[in-house]
Design a protein. Sequence first.
Length: 78
Amino acid sequence: MINHYIKLETFAQTAYHKCECCSRVRDIYFRANIYDADTAKMLVGSFELCKECGQNFGTILNQETSTESVVTDFSFDN
């Protein structure tokens, strides 16, 4: 199964640079980590993806992709 070898991770904060899939300069939301084919444990490479490319990869890999973050603990106190 391909999901063991390619895993999408969402960044906590976006960075503005070139998407390694579509080559457009955009906010980067995701990193696709590529793991060793023999063990699926060792990281052998990765590439960074914009929102559209990352969501497309998520659909292809049947992995949930979300770019929303919900603040559950907020206080005005220091």
